[in-house]
Write a protein that binds this ligand. Sequence first.
Ligand code: ADP
Length: 326
Amino acid sequence: MSGIRPTGFLHLGNYFGAVRNYVRMQDEFDCFFMVADLHSLTTHPDTRELKINVQRVLAENIASGLDPEKVALYCQSHIRETSELYLYLNMLAYQGELEKTVTFKDKVRQQPDNVNAGLLTYPVLQTADIILHRAELVPVGKDQEQHLEMARTFANRFNHRYGEVFPEPKAFNFGDELIKVPSLDGAGKMSKSENQLATLYLSDDDEMIRKKVMKAKTDSGPSEPNSKKPDYIENIFLLMKLVSKPETIRHYEMAFNDCTVRYGDLKKQLAEDMVAFITPIRQRAETIRQDQKYLKEVMEKGAEKARRSAKETMDKVREAMRLNYY
Ligand code: ADP
């Protein structure tokens, strides 16, 4: 089970941290993937663009290879049971632990005029989303590690207080480690709404991709063989590892190590490999986005599957909590 907020265009971080894993999981597991529209209200209270953004996230997921026939692909707000479970879990979550969450502290800094209760209890809602399907594996990027730890805490707390209903959810990646895709300016991670010129979006056209990659920070190159790469150069190599061929990566690694690397060439190569990677996804997503009827059907079918699973869990929850009076 996993979700992505409809707060803007999907980017490479969303793709490699989350969506690529969704696609790989779909043949092996019983999967639930959602557009987290309720979560987006904590930071984006204006809902005028929401419908377009929800459709965009759906289309970009499908264009990346997610098959709505195989998984439950749905919209968070269509599953009312989530809100009920969120309420119960809120009684088991303490102010102190929520205030310590790194993402909460970040958001308080970013939006001091809108420190709403939803922002504080964001990890609680996320826990509700996950354990509503009694999910065990949660494909996410590295930035979500702390939230997953909190999800385990809340699920365990429920189990101790009311009886065993939930398995422990774990962050999951098909590689060895959770991924963090760095932004092109070397400062932090790629993100939907921040540092847009340093983030590569799945909707960027070829010229935009080239422009952004060529602007990535470099320097005059190493002066001694086998030097340690500065962070911003390490980041460029990391991006290359995501989209370029092994022999290309080897070539530039060797060039770096023997001090012959030309960063202009390296970035040109990376830009072309990015274009080759992103263009087909962008084109498919554009076609899917035009088909409103299809997207509506996807959402309806997804919600139906998710509701079935949610109802089963909530029957168990109410029974465990002795809320079934008759
Ligand atoms: P954003 O931070 O861009 O708004 P979300 O919070 O909606 O994205 O996260 C959706 C998924 O994408 C999560 O699983 C998150 O871990 C993953 N993700 C977001 N940014 C990155 C990144 N730069 N690198 C790896 N994974 C990321």
